[in-house]
Design a protein around this ligand. Structure first.
Ligand SMILES: Nc1nc2c(c(=O)[nH]1)N[C@H]1C(S)=C(S)[C@@H](COP(=O)(O)OP(=O)(O)OC[C@H]3O[C@@H](n4cnc5c(=O)[nH]c(N)nc54)[C@H](O)[C@@H]3O)O[C@H]1N2
Ligand SMILES: Nc1nc2c(c(=O)[nH]1)N[C@H]1C(S)=C(S)[C@@H](COP(=O)(O)OP(=O)(O)OC[C@H]3O[C@@H](n4cnc5c(=O)[nH]c(N)nc54)[C@H](O)[C@@H]3O)O[C@H]1N2
Ligand code: SF4
Ligand SMILES: [Mo]
Length: 757
């Protein structure tokens, strides 16, 4: 990975870019040393930048290993042959087959028979082009993306409450001065390690409050200074938050002036929370009444001090509270609490959600969400449709309406009125979608599955056509980070060729080698007879994004590729290039809006919204059942396609584990280090038992990064939040037993009674 002394005289090139993985988008210097006749070597170094302050996590620092990986890099299109195997093919053959099959299927069953599945990992330019390709070249309503599994609940909640969804409506560095941070269902110590630097102020004053059923590495940060770790039962957060709100109102800790001036809906919200006095919430949340009061008082007093010029107070949510069938209400309850305390849109603090994927923010505003057009325009709004139709050179009536959100798209495909063909760009749904076994069955039932990736992911392995694409340092583009800052991803190297002699699946076919997805959509659109243009240069697409988003909520029109290239700090919305309004920490002038809502919220009347929230019933686990919740290890990223290929990361966590409290383990005969089978009506997974005294005795935790029998999503249900389409990833009733012990006949007890709303 690192360059050695004798390479000092070799030609080297360095770019400043950002990490290929998560939404913190840590800045890094990536250097390649080209050695004649030998493979290039790469070095990665954290760069000075407000979000990471020079640091990288283990994933970021090892990211370049994937650029050197040859033996299983996809270097040629693959087509499934009569023999059922994937065989190398030329681009001409592969794209020809895709276009022919799409025409046939759409001819037989209509435009909506072809679906598209996108990703919050794609650059803004690719996201935008993919949405355009679906609506204009395919004419299908059926496009959605993996952000549905990630940010949809918080996004919906922010939109309802504030009128607009930008994950952090303030720069991340605002957290540095906080005295109090309530962090709900987020394990930043593992999922964004450099982020922890921004919590130092709150930690030092004992103001860090972490809500997590496990004593995660983040919860551990509360140990010093008198912070709090609150461990509700999974899914208990909604009632917990409503109860904290009840205490805030009851004890006069709310900010009456702010509520009067900036918020509507207080009365109905107040009525809805009066029933949640702490003694009642206690039994439903698993959190003691005294702890609920303690949280309310700490927040209330800190917020009052903040309003009088003290250090600010923040409430932040992560996937632990959002990935539930009531995730939108839970995020909304967190926002409501922040509003009661008078925080959002002030210097006294605020609410934010910690966006996950590298371009999880841009990915949810560039038009791959099934109900949206670029700029967070609505696909059902006539003027938004007219604007986009004009830019795309089509009639507004030709644009499809909204299609199915991700879980429904995947769980209906291949059957009945579901899609018969699917194009996947940037997601490994065979591992990461809920009820994954059913998803794989459905992938197999499709007439055409096309997967674009740079490795043969578990989803690509099911495809009829695999398209090898560029990764990270092989492409240019822009990414929008968790704080709404638009960043340049810079190209450093060419992709490996498929030249004879180089290793890799599909080696040697003519007219092959990885290609950019912008080029793929350009070529497919042409073959499908589409007359709209599909530029292949990222900067050209970016110019189109500026026009497309002009006047929209997520307005990028004032941005400029060159200014971004020069390293200006640019936060959307950017209606026009206003330079030098504010100065960022690093001294460079800020373009756009780093702090939102300071004067007004984005609803027409400028006010934020409180609404009554009524929790639904979550049945308690049956006797003998435990609650499975899922999440992440520090060393692995998502479905693991990338990080399971990095040696040090794989060695650190080679297989699925299941965290079990020692008391629970003894009760179920689970030895530490032995394999356990976790089961329910959906399926079974096998994982190695890790005793963890920091987890609730009624809860077990598995990462979702693994393939085969280690796939946690073999157990999760396609039960979704009716407001956002978010699946219930973090509250699954299961049984557990030592591997090798026969299980009870598959019970129908677990929640198979519950149906998808
Ligand atoms: N190492 C690593 N980092 C990543 C990623 C990765 O895959 N690996 N993915 C990136 C992406 S896309 C995302 S979305 C983010 C996610 O980042 P996080 O939101 O931090 O990730 P999770 O581990 O899914 O969940 C966070 C915590 O929620 C807790 N939790 C589980 N159920 C509940 C519950 O019902 N209530 C509460 N209060 N807590 C609960 C879990 O125990 C876990 O500690 O991470 C990003 N960063
Ligand atoms: N049980 C459970 N399930 C979960 C979660 C959970 O907490 N628990 N979290 C959910 C969340 S928050 C998320 S974000 C999803 C993520 O899960 P996935 O959507 O599966 O995300 P990745 O594993 O990042 O998959 C990205 C795939 O695309 C490829 N790829 C990367 N960049 C590009 C690109 O630019 N173009 C193309 N064509 N391919 C690319 C990678 O090699 C990889 O195979 O998982 C969700 N699933
Ligand atoms: S925290 Fe996220 S962006 Fe930073 S190095 Fe790690 S994976 Fe990359
Ligand atoms: Mo995510």
């Amino acid at each position: 990975m690192t360059t050695t002394a004798d390479t000092r005289t070799m030609p080297r090139r360095t770019v400043q870019t950002h990490c290929p993985y998560c939404a913190l988008q840590c800045a890094m210097n990536l250097t390649v040393t080209e050695r004649p006749g030998e493979p290039d070597t790469f070095a990665v170094e954290g760069a000075s930048f407000p979000t990471n302050k020079g640091r990288l996590c283990r994933k970021g620092s090892t990211a370049a290993e994937l650029l050197t990986r040859r033996h299983d890099r996809l270097t040629s299109p693959l087509l499934r042959g009569e023999d059922g195997e994937l065989h190398p093919a030329s681009w001409e053959e592969a794209l020809g087959r895709v276009a022919t099959e799409i025409r046939r299927i759409q001819g037989e069953r209509g435009a909506d028979a072809v679906g598209v599945f996108g990703s919050g990992g794609l650059t803004n330019e690719k996201t935008y082009a993919l949405g355009k390709f679906a609506r204009v070249a395919l004419g299908t309503a059926q496009i959605d993306y993996n952000g549905r599994f990630c940010m949809s609940s918080a996004s919906k909640a922010s939109t309802l409450a504030f009128g607009l969804d930008r994950g952090l409506p303030f720069p991340l560095t605002d957290l540095d001065s906080a005295c109090t941070v309530l962090l709900l269902g987020s394990n930043v110590a593992d999922t964004m390690p450099p982020f922890v630097q921004h919590l130092e102020g709150a930690r030092a004053t004992g103001g860090l409050i972490v809500v997590d059923p496990r004593r995660s590495n983040t919860a551990e940060l509360t140990a010093e200074g008198g912070g709090l770790h609150i461990a509700p039962a999974p899914g208990g957060d909604l009632v917990l938050l409503l109860s904290v709100a009840q205490v805030v109102l009851e004890e006069g800790l709310a900010d009456a002036d702010y509520l009067q001036q900036r918020v509507s809906g207080l009365d109905s919200f107040r009525r809805s929370v009066t029933q949640w006095w702490p003694e009642r919430a206690q039994s439903l949340t698993g959190v003691g009444a005294d702890q609920i009061r303690l949280i309310a008082r700490r927040l209330g007093h800190a917020a009052r001090a903040a309003r009088n010029g003290g250090d600010p107070v923040y409430i932040l949510t992560g996937r632990g509270v959002e990935q539930h069938k009531d995730g939108t209400d839970t995020a909304r309850a967190a926002i409501s609490l922040a509003l009661l305390l008078g925080l959002p849109g002030t210097r006294a603090g605020g609410y934010g959600t910690l966006t996950g994927q590298g371009n999880g923010q841009g990915g949810r505003e560039m038009g791959q969400k099934t109900d949206q057009l670029p700029g967070i325009r609505s696909i059902t709004d006539p003027s938004d449709r007219a604007h986009m139709a004009r830019i795309w050179g089509v009639e507004p009536e030709a644009l499809p309406g909204p299609g199915r959100p991700a879980a429904q798209l995947l769980h209906t495909m291949g059957h009945d009125d579901g899609v018969r063909a699917l194009l996947v760009h940037g997601s490994n749904v065979a591992i990461s979608a809920p009820d994954a076994a059913r998803v794989v069955e459905n992938l197999r039932a499709l007439e055409l599955l096309v997967v674009a990736d740079f490795f043969l992911s578990e989803t690509a392995a099911e495809a009829d056509v695999v398209l090898p694409v560029l990764q990270w340092a092989e492409e240019d583009g822009t990414m929008t980070s968790l704080e709404g800052r638009v960043l340049r991803r810079r190209k450093l190297v060419e992709p490996p060729s498929s030249a004879p002699g180089s290793e890799g699946p599909g080696t040697g076919a003519p007219d092959s080698g990885p290609r950019s997805e912008l080029w793929i959509w350009h070529e497919l659109a042409r073959r499908l007879g589409c007359s709209s243009t599909f530029p292949v240069e990222p900067a050209e697409v970016f110019a189109e994004i500026r026009q497309a988003t002009e006047g929209a909520a997520a307005d990028y029109s004032g941005l400029d590729w060159q200014l971004l290239d020069d390293g200006h700090a640019a936060y959307w919305p950017v209606p026009s290039a206003l330079l030098g309004g504010e100065s960022s920490l690093t001294g460079e002038p800020i373009i756009g809006t780093s702090r939102m809502f300071l004067e007004r919220f984005a609803h027409a009347d400028g006010r934020a919204r409180l609404i009554a929230i009524t929790p639904g019933r979550t049945p308690a686990p049956a006797p003998g059942e435990l609650t499975l919740t899922t999440g992440r290890h520090m060393e692995h990223y998502q479905s693991g396609t990338q990080t399971r290929r990095v040696t040090a990361l794989l060695e650190a966590h080679p297989e699925a584990t299941i965290a079990v409290h020692p008391a629970t383990a003894l009760e179920h005969g689970l030895e530490e280090g032995a394999d356990a089978v976790i089961a329910n009506a959906q399926g079974e997974m096998t994982a190695r038992v890790v005793w963890d005294a920091g987890i609730r005795t009624d809860t077990i935790f598995a990462p979702f990064h693994y393939a085969g029998q280690g796939t946690a999503n073999l157990l999760t249900r396609a039960l979704t939040d009716p407001q956002s389409g978010m699946p219930e990833f973090k509250n699954t009733p299961v049984t557990i037993r030592p591997a090798g012990v026969a299980g009870a006949a598959r019970s129908e007890t677990t929640s198979s009674k519950e149906t998808t709303p």
